[in-house]
Write a protein that binds this ligand. Structure first.
Ligand SMILES: Nc1ncnc2c1ncn2[C@@H]1O[C@H](COP(=O)(O)OP(=O)(O)OP(=O)(O)O)[C@@H](O)[C@H]1O
Ligand SMILES: [Mg+2]
Length: 129
C-alpha cells in the first residue's frame, strides 16, 4: 500500500446493517490488498459508502491501478485463479462467499491501464447471515 492515498467518501446518515464484522473486515481487506497490489507505483484508492435505493447499502472500492482485461475479469472469482507471483487466488472467491452469506452482491468493472471499481451491495434488512 506504499504510495497509495486513501480517500474516504462515506455518506452521512447511513443505517446500521446487521453483519458479521470479522467476515466483512476480511472482505474489505481482500479488496483493499488487491487494489494496493494493482497500484505498485502508488495511486489513489477511493472507498465510498452510500445508499442504493431504500433497501441496500453500496460500498465502492475504486483504484487507478493496472486494471484487468476481459479474459482475467471473467475468472477472478474462481478459487486459485491468480495473475500474481505470490498470490493464492483465494481472496476474491472468499470475498464473494462472504458477501453472498450476507445476501449481497459483488460487481467488478475494470479497464486495463485505467483501474478497477469493485461494488459491494448489502441489503439493509436481512434476518440471517
Ligand atoms: N483491483 C484489482 N486490479 C487489478 N486486478 C485485480 C484487482 N483485484 C483483483 N484482480 C485480479 O484478480 C486476480 C484474483 O484476485 P484474488 O484476490 O482472488 O487473488 P490474488 O490477489 O491473486 O491472491 P490472494 O489470494 O493473495 O488474494 C488477481 O490475481 C488479479 O489478477
Ligand atoms: Mg487478493
Amino acid at each position: 500500500m506504499e504510495g497509495v492515498r486513501v480517500v474516504r467518501n462515506i455518506e452521512r446518515g447511513l443505517p446500521l446493517v446487521a453483519l458479521d464484522s470479522d467476515l466483512i473486515k476480511q472482505m474489505a481487506i481482500n479488496i483493499i490488498l488487491n487494489a494496493g497490489a494493482a497500484m505498485e507505483g502508488g495511486g489513489i484508492l477511493t472507498v465510498s459508502a452510500r445508499m442504493s435505493g431504500e433497501d441496500n447499502v453500496e460500498i465502492i472500492f475504486e483504484d487507478n491501478g493496472v486494471g484487468m482485461d476481459a479474459e482475467v475479469a471473467r475468472q477472478i472469482f474462481e478459487p486459485f485463479f491468480t495473475t500474481r507471483q505470490r498470490g493464492t487466488g483465494l481472496g476474491l472467491s472468499i470475498t464473494k462467499q462472504i458477501i453472498e452469506r450476507h445476501s449481497g452482491e459483488i460487481r467488478v468493472e475494470s479497464e486495463p491501464g485505467k483501474g478497477t471499481v469493485v461494488t459491494v451491495t448489502l441489503p439493509v434488512n436481512h434476518e440471517e447471515f
